[in-house]
Design a binder for this molecule. Structure first.
Ligand code: FES
Length: 276
């Protein structure tokens, strides 16, 4: 039997499939019992020896035997992972953190941007008995994540789906929060679940709160331990890795940093950049 400490040691998995989802985003699929049981919104710490360890949302699709992580090319960890091939090893631990909670709400709006769509896709499998509308977007059609899969699933499970692109090459020519606003003007939702760039989530949060609609948002901060020890991920009175990453409107209201600042690797507060 594993001790509590061993439970947090990175374990190895073999990559079974790598798929290019957009020009800059790849999904990596593997079998791992613990991550397969992750709740939507929970994360795994993915370790690249000699480089870094970073948090990634777990993609667990209902009925699929493999679990995924979805990685956007950018930092050192992603560059190293983009060199991997099927059969190579990944080191990871988790799942960790507090997931989305669909609660008793029946009419739900999901708003996702970029790889922030990942936990919302995991969430879809848990809310197939609810009335769901999903809004997502990207700068251009080629960057829309899981476009074909979402179209297929929206027809199969009968949920409403809106795509937004900045350049109008697919879906509505507008930004995701603006499309979400139009959707919210036409329909009343009981709860909004959002994940993506924080300025986007802040706009969605403000829209929902102004309509007295319950909101949950999944935040991202610098993570080091991932389990509530180091305080690298502090925001307001909370630790994002342990108390979140999903927070409710009541908790988000206590975070003056939400939508404006985050902490860099040294712990210093710095302004959020567009797209963060
Ligand atoms: S990452 Fe260490 S406390 Fe959150």
């Amino acid at each position: 039997m594993e001790s509590p400490v061993q439970d947090h040691w990175p374990r190895t998995v073999r990559i079974e499939q790598i798929k290019q989802e957009t020009p800059l985003i790849h999904s990596f699929w593997f079998k791992d019992e613990k991550l397969q049981a992750a709740r939507p919104g929970q994360f795994s710490m993915v370790w690249v020896p000699g480089i870094d360890e970073v948090p990634m949302s777990v993609l667990a699709i209902h009925g699929r035997a493999e679990t995924g992580v979805v990685i956007k090319k950018g930092g050192d960890v992603s560059l190293s992972l983009f060199e991997k091939k099927s059969g190579d090893k990944l080191w990871l631990r988790g799942p960790y953190g507090r997931p989305f909670d669909p609660g008793p709400y029946n009419k739900l709006l999901l708003v996702g941007g970029g790889t922030g769509l990942v936990p919302l896709i995991s969430l879809l499998g848990h809310i197939s008995d609810r009335e769901v509308t999903l809004v997502t977007g990207a700068r251009t059609a080629a960057e829309l994540l899981f476009r074909e899969w979402l179209v297929h699933e929206s027809e199969r499970h009968d949920f409403k789906l809106f795509f937004a692109t900045d350049d109008g090459t697919f879906g509505i020519k507008n930004q995701v929060p603006k499309v979400a606003e139009e959707v919210m003007k036409k329909e009343k939702f009981e709860a909004v679940f959002t994940c993506g760039p924080e300025p986007m989530m802040k706009q969605v949060y403000d829209l929902a709160v102004s309509r007295k609609c319950h909101v949950q948002a999944s935040l991202e901060r610098v993570f080091k331990c991932g389990v509530g020890i180091c305080a690298a991920c502090v925001i307001g009175p909370y630790l994002v890795c342990k108390d979140g990453p999903v927070f409710t409107d009541h908790e988000l209201a206590q975070m003056s940093e939400f939508g404006s600042t985050h902490r860099d690797l040294s712990g210093k507060k710095v302004p959020l950049m567009p797209g963060h």
